[in-house]
Design a protein around this ligand. Structure first.
Ligand SMILES: Nc1nc2c(c(=O)[nH]1)N[C@H]1C(S)=C(S)[C@@H](COP(=O)(O)OP(=O)(O)OC[C@H]3O[C@@H](n4cnc5c(=O)[nH]c(N)nc54)[C@H](O)[C@@H]3O)O[C@H]1N2
Ligand SMILES: Nc1nc2c(c(=O)[nH]1)N[C@H]1C(S)=C(S)[C@@H](COP(=O)(O)OP(=O)(O)OC[C@H]3O[C@@H](n4cnc5c(=O)[nH]c(N)nc54)[C@H](O)[C@@H]3O)O[C@H]1N2
Ligand SMILES: [Mo]
Length: 565
């Protein structure tokens, strides 16, 4: 997020929530927004195919609106809104001139997304498009908020660029109460990305393709060159350091497919449950079965444990010291509250020992000062982070323990952190508009598979639900997978209440109980991936990927629905 939660809740005049089920999936922020609507007149516009809970506050009574697009039509919707904004002269002309470039290309691209064309593609009435554009443009500052409804598409990157276009057009980036605000998912996924848990960057987003970045990390992490069996060089020559490759690695979605082709032979999986969470999971399981060796580091023997050759018991958040970085780039101190259970060990300690053993087996010696994997405690790891990741340079456990609220970049020990990004200037200098065109999703409903399948989560469970299916109270409230079906479609299918339905796609089937609800509109159903086996929506999903981000199209595929018995 460019802006903190509290800043948006206190300072935004309007928010545009697009593809985020905020009150169920980010309940703390969701209730801050709800409070702001009630107490200070924050206007909430929601663009979501489903009537999610936050839409109760996106009504004319609160000065807001809920618009329901067809799944996968967001680029057309956002272009259509920008078309109306430009026609009315509501754009921020000074901001565009001073802070952006490539505006003409954007203008040209949105020209053809007239309200009529946009209504045709998105299914949103023309009148509502006008109302939406007006609320978003005339209430400044306006913050855009999104989550997986925007990113989990084959054009997820185009969706995100379109939202950045909208915010630059309105001059809403780099100001309090505005910004582009993707809500992150897993509690520390932001921190994992910051630390280089991505295939193309070192910690703090320093690209592996950059010679300066590689040189810096080679100095810190280099090993001596491993003598190979055909090495004829004289023994007396000094070992030369192993250089890092300059090619980005694989994303997780690519690894699984390549395992199926025998090109990835070993997988070391930490805290992920692919047998539940991967798209088209029947195919994913086949691929994983092809891998020669799978190591799984977990806190429970999950569904994926059946595929693993070795299980390494890690520890839960309550048994750890360290930091989590949340969605607003704020570092939170995590302090161990419980002793680890049984033979389990700290996740970092397991990984470090594995690394040391591999080094020893290969007879390699660390050359760089930070290459030996000898950490006594998380504090030492944080010192290494301070030295190598510029945006975390000034983050220490001591500062966090003293109660400082540090949003990265924190450039030095006396730097106060950066709650709002891009004030005055963008990281790249001028903000660049990207012209984006609407593209259809990979698989759309047809005669044989007439319904859109939309997938996601519910309030009471967490993904593969290894943790939440162990909580009795939660299971009492939400004991099994439910498939949301509209009242109109329920009549067509012949469902009467909570009957069991069989949902089929080109890739598999799911059998679960229906819940008849106006949360979904006619022609689409919504299912989750919290329960294993036949109840998992990922039996149905498609593994089509966004070409740049390689994120799967979890939000759109085609299915048929019939009574199961
Ligand atoms: N209780 C609970 N909370 C969680 C999680 C959990 O499992 N349980 N998971 C966490 C994680 S890792 C993540 S990533 C986040 C996810 O948080 P969200 O992205 O908010 O959750 P999803 O259920 O994926 O729902 C996305 C929203 O997008 C809408 N949507 C579907 N298709 C489209 C579309 O084409 N366009 C638009 N604009 N919207 C669409 C859906 O109707 C839904 O309201 O939640 C986090 N919080
Ligand atoms: N159909 C569909 N599929 C989806 C999505 C969707 O919207 N629709 N969303 C996708 C998204 S956004 C996400 S983030 C993924 C989530 O997919 P996963 O990451 O596979 O799901 P989790 O259930 O969160 O798995 C985390 C595992 O880590 C373990 N764990 C928890 N804490 C620790 C720890 O401290 N140490 C270790 N070693 N292990 C730990 C838990 O027991 C759990 O089994 O699902 C994706 N799949
Ligand atoms: Mo996520």
């Amino acid at each position: 997020m460019t802006n903190p939660f509290r800043d948006i809740a206190d300072n935004a005049k309007a928010v545009f929530i697009i593809g985020s089920n905020t009150t169920e999936q980010h309940p703390v922020f969701g209730s801050m927004l709800r409070q702001a609507a009630i107490h200070r007149g924050l206007k909430i516009v929601v663009a979501d195919p489903r009537r999610i809970d936050i839409t109760e506050y996106a009504t004319p009574r609160y000065g807001g609106l809920h618009i329901r697009q067809k799944p996968g039509t967001d680029v057309a919707l956002i272009n259509g809104l920008m078309h109306i904004i430009l026609k009315n002269g509501w754009e921020d002309k000074t901001y565009i001139t001073e802070r952006t470039e490539n505006f003409d290309a954007l203008k040209e691209a949105v020209e053809k997304y007239t309200p009529e064309v946009t209504a045709q593609i998105t299914g949103i009435p023309v009148e509502q498009l006008h109302q939406t554009a007006e609320i978003l443009a005339l209430n400044k500052p306006m913050a855009v908020i999104w989550a997986m409804g925007i990113t989990q598409h084959t054009k997820g990157v185009l969706n995100v660029m379109s939202l950045a276009n909208l915010q630059m057009l309105l001059g809403n980036i780099g100001i309090p109460g505005g910004g582009v605000n993707p809500l992150r998912g897993q509690n520390n996924v932001q921190g994992a990305c910051d630390m280089g848990g991505l295939p193309n960057v070192f910690p703090a987003y320093q690209p592996v393709t950059s010679p300066e970045a590689r040189e810096k990390f080679e100095k810190a992490w280099a090993l001596d060159r491993r003598p190979t069996t055909d090495d004829r060089s004289p023994v007396s020559s000094p070992p030369s350091p192993v250089l890092f490759g300059d090619k980005p690695g694989l994303t997780v979605t690519e690894m699984v497919n390549l395992a199926g082709e025998g090109k990835v032979r070993l997988l070391y999986i930490l805290g992920e449950n692919p047998v539940m969470s991967d798209p088209d999971v029947n195919h994913a399981r086949d691929c994983l079965e092809h891998a020669e060796f799978i190591v799984l580091q977990e806190i429970f023997p999950s569904e994926s444990a059946e595929l693993a050759d070795v299980l390494l018991p890690g520890v839960t958040f309550a048994e750890k010291d360290g930091t989590f970085t949340n969605s607003e780039r704020r570092l939170r101190l995590v302090q161990q509250a419980l002793d680890p259970v049984g033979d389990s060990r700290q996740d970092w300690d397991i990984t470090a020992e594995l690394a040391r053993r591999v080094l020893a087996m290969e007879g390699r010696e660390p050359v760089g000062p930070q290459a030996g994997w000898h950490y006594a405690n998380p504090n030492e790891i944080m010192s290494e982070i301070n030295a190598l990741a510029p945006s975390y340079a000034g983050v220490t456990f001591a500062r966090l323990a003293a109660g400082e609220q540090l949003h990265w970049p924190v450039k030095s020990l006396d730097h106060p952190g950066t709650p709002i990004l891009h004030i005055g200037q963008f990281a790249r200098g001028k903000g660049k508009f990207h012209a984006c065109e609407h593209l259809d999703a990979k698989e759309l409903p047809d005669e044989e598979y007439p319904y859109y399948l939309n997938t996601g989560r519910v309030l009471y469970h967490w993904h593969g639900a290894e943790m939440t299916r162990r909580a009795e109270g939660l299971l009492e409230i939400y004991p099994e997978s439910l498939v949301e079906i509209s009242p109109e479609d329920a009549v067509k299918i012949g469902i009467n209440g909570k009957d069991r339905v069989r949902v089929t796609s080109r890739r598999g089937e799911m059998i679960a109980r229906a819940i008849v609800t106006e949360r979904v509109s006619a022609g689409m159903i919504f299912a989750n991936f919290h329960f294993p086996g036949a109840q998992n929506a990922n039996n149905l999903t498609i593994s089509a990927l966004d070409p740049t981000a390689k994120i799967p199209e979890f939000k759109v595929c085609a299915v048929k629905v019939e009574m199961a018995e």
